[in-house]
Design a protein. Structure first.
Length: 255
């Protein structure tokens, strides 16, 4: 009879795309996973396929966030070993056309809710003396995407927050790192105008010097890389996952 203790993970935005790939990969490695999302049907589908626990929670609803954290503690009987933030929405329009209401919601989902979850899980992990927090950010945090300005601003803030938390957390045995994926199939699709976006239309993306754009599983691989015990010195890392696209872009613009 095996006495192996399962590792545990809490993933936001796990109902589709990158979040779903991370949930699926961790479950395949026998992790006990709780994940959240807005869409009950998609969440139930992922839970049934992976043997994980879905909690319907809108990232903008503070009571729902508190409920999801409490449910995860009941599920695990303890603090999760890993927290991964994937929940995000986009709004595609010029900054001058972005209303206060729209800007506030983008920030609430992409930055404020991640702050809220991260603060809660960090305090719990700190008390235990161990844990991993990974923020799935975006290359837009580094270079900005001109047709997604509100999204890019929110992700730049998240990257800064990730580094600040990493500096605070490392002395308590908690490692905080950020992953900045480039163009990824399938990418962020939840928008203020519904579940559709150009994430499947790579005709609008830049070139892929490696021969292809990211798949969601590539980002899941990056998560596993950062939580590996051999990466114990990795804290405050910004891991760019784009198949060399950003390096090629910089090289191509040099005189």
């Amino acid at each position: 009879m095996s006495t192996e203790i399962k590792k545990t993970a809490f993933v936001t935005g796990g109902t589709s795309n990158i979040g779903r790939a991370i949930v699926t990969r961790l479950a395949s490695l026998n992790w006990d996973v709780v994940f959240t999302g807005r869409d009950r049907d998609r969440g139930s589908e992922v839970a049934d396929a992976t043997g994980t626990l879905f909690i319907q929670a809108d990232a903008t609803d503070r009571k729902a966030v508190d409920f999801a954290v409490a449910q995860s503690k009941r599920q695990f009987g303890d603090v999760p070993d890993l927290f991964v933030s994937c929940a995000a929405i986009v709004f595609e329009d010029a900054l001058s056309n972005t209303t206060d209401v729209i800007f506030r919601e983008v920030m609430e989902v992409n930055l404020t809710s991640v702050f809220r979850y991260s603060r809660t899980f960090y305090e719990l992990m700190k008390a235990r003396g161990s844990g991993n927090i990974i923020h799935v950010v975006s290359d837009s945090a580094l270079i900005g995407i001109h047709h997604l300005p509100a999204y890019s601003i929110s992700k730049a803030g998240l990257l800064a927050m990730s580094e600040m938390l990493a500096a605070e957390a490392v002395e308590y045995g908690v490692r905080v790192n950020a992953i900045c994926p480039g163009a990824t199939h399938p990418g962020v699709q939840s928008t203020l105008r519904g579940f559709e976006h150009h994430a499947e239309d790579d005709s609008r993306w830049g070139p892929a010097p490696s021969g292809r754009h990211n798949q969601a599983d590539d980002v899941a691989d990056a998560v596993l890389l950062l939580i590996n015990d051999k990466a114990h010195r990795c804290a405050g890392v910004m891991l760019r996952v784009d198949g060399g696209a950003s390096a090629a872009m910089r090289g191509g613009t040099r005189a």
